[in-house]
Design a binder for this molecule. Structure first.
Ligand SMILES: *Cc1c(COP(=O)(O)O)cnc(C)c1O
Length: 469
């Protein structure tokens, strides 16, 4: 062993090697830093030799030097690789929360890049040549789309709920139906957020039924708000009663200093109900029915970046904009760019909304998916892949805790590998494929739902499947 350790090349010798310099050039790493890495690699090999776990070539051989440089390259690559990686979502779940919810439209991405690469008028009035406010971006679009008097953008809808409660109901009472005290994935609880905000929660009604009179009886001088929360991620069936937005708005308007706030959760700007999909009310409808303030997410059914959107009465939004927390919860320029571009598409009608991936995927026709599944199988068969392949009927989920009851009819490519188990193949697709492919597993089959897969991604999946055969 001592003999082996004595044969270890000194660092200055490795530094003189041509490979050292070509690695420094290729990876654009400073010589000092690369030297540090070489020392670490050598030290690790030394430890392995001492522990007798070293299985590589013997020090002193030419091969040994090459192995050191191979390990050095691996080390740099490991350090340079991102933890946030692109994946292909072949599950068909459109707003897969674990996979980043909505993906952005091409136009949104272009606007993000332009805004990030350059200076912008983020807080500057070009007309006057003076300091401006970032709050104006997206505001006029939101006003136009929702019909609200004013609008504001914060980090996410959870932040919107918090800001609204803190700024407009702190130390006052907020009346909420027991049936709407929801918990939304990732530990967001209406009751906890309310406690944090300093507003006092007054629960009314029961889990399945709340009547208008329950709200009426709860209102007193301490009441500042009636809150309606969209029960996005569950649905109570059977004997139920909730009070309509218009009735609550009307009740609030009868009391001075009581306002009506609706947390819509997903909040759609396009009416999916006209296609028989879900029961999401359109934001403009909620405004029309008299809500004083409404909040919703940017990266759920809207199909934009992660933001919380607040729309409603101007005097209330002005109060929110002036609040200290507005500075804490503000969004960055890239987010505003993505939002603005996404919203602009909503003003162009059907053609515009087809540009938004979330909306497009939701509206995708089963027959389109079937034709794509057929072509997908054809391509694999042409390569004599050896996979056993068939098309089956199935359903896609909307995901993101929205429209839990909606099952979108789809067609799935069901496949079985000639030798690997579903578990083994799914793992290979996740770990060995670049980008990773996330699929559904059902008993002995892998299932691919092309609803959430682009044409380009389809080719990548085929390639990945062929390399694992
Ligand atoms: C999703 C949701 C939220 C939280 O929104 P984020 O944008 O995820 O922060 C709040 N309230 C309701 C009703 C929701 O559905």
């Amino acid at each position: 062993m001592k003999q082996l350790l004595r044969q270890m090349p000194p660092v200055h010798e490795l530094q003189r090697d041509a490979q050292f310099h070509s690695i420094a050039n290729y990876y654009t790493v400073d010589i000092e830093i690369l030297t540090e890495y070489v020392k670490q690699v050598i030290s690790e090999i030394r430890q392995e030799i001492i522990k007798k776990t070293w299985t590589g070539p013997k020090p002193g051989s030419n091969q040994f030097i090459s192995t050191v440089f191979e390990l050095l390259k691996k080390r740099i690559e490991q350090q340079q690789s991102y933890t946030l990686k692109r994946v292909i979502n072949a599950t068909g779940t459109i707003l897969h929360t674990n996979l980043g919810r909505a993906r952005l439209s091409d136009r949104a991405i272009e606007h993000v890049i332009e805004t990030a690469q350059n200076y912008s008028n983020l807080e500057y009035k070009l007309e006057e040549g003076e300091r401006g406010s970032r709050h104006i971006h997206a505001e006029s679009l939101l006003k136009e789309i929702t019909g609200a008097e004013a609008a504001m953008v914060v980090n996410n809808n959870a932040a919107a709920v918090f800001l609204i409660l803190r700024a407009l109901a702190k130390e006052k009472e907020v009346v909420v139906s027991r049936g709407q005290l929801v918990e939304i994935g990732g530990s967001f609880r209406i009751s906890s957020i309310m406690e944090e905000s300093g507003a006092k929660l007054i629960e009314v009604g029961t889990t399945n039924k709340t009547h208008l009179r329950d709200y009426e009886q709860a209102i007193n001088e301490e009441t500042s708000m009636i809150l309606k929360v969209h029960t996005s991620n569950f649905k109570i069936m059977g004997f139920t009663k909730t009070v309509e937005t218009a009735e609550l708005a009307d009740l609030a308007s009868k009391h001075e200093d009581v306002l009506f706030y609706e947390d819509l959760g997903s909040g759609v700007l396009y009416d999916f109900q006209q296609h028989g999909i879900g029961e999401e009310p359109v934001v403009s409808e909620i405004i029309k029915q008299g809500a004083d303030i409404v909040s919703f997410s940017g990266d759920k059914l809207l199909g934009g970046p992660q933001v919380g959107l607040i729309v409603g009465k101007k005097h209330l939004i002005d109060q929110l904009k002036k609040h200290q927390l507005a500075r804490v919860l503000r969004v960055d320029k890239m987010t505003l760019a993505a939002l603005e571009a996404t919203l602009a598409d909503y003003l162009k009608g059907e053609q515009g909304i087809q540009q938004i991936p979330t909306v497009r995927n939701l509206l995708m026709q089963p027959k389109t998916i079937k034709a794509r599944a057929e072509s997908f199988i054809q391509q694999l068969n042409n390569e004599k892949s050896g996979y056993s392949l068939r098309i089956i009927e199935g359903t896609s989920q909307v995901g993101g805790g929205t429209m839990p009851e909606v099952e979108l009819p789809t067609y799935l490519v069901a496949l079985v590998h000639p030798t690997l188990s579903t578990e083994q193949l799914a793992r290979k697709l996740r770990i060995d494929s670049k980008p990773a492919v996330i699929v559904r597993r059902h008993k002995e089959e892998i299932q691919i739902d092309l609803r959430t897969v682009t044409d380009e991604e389809e080719t990548l999946i085929i390639k990945a499947l062929l390399t694992h055969i």
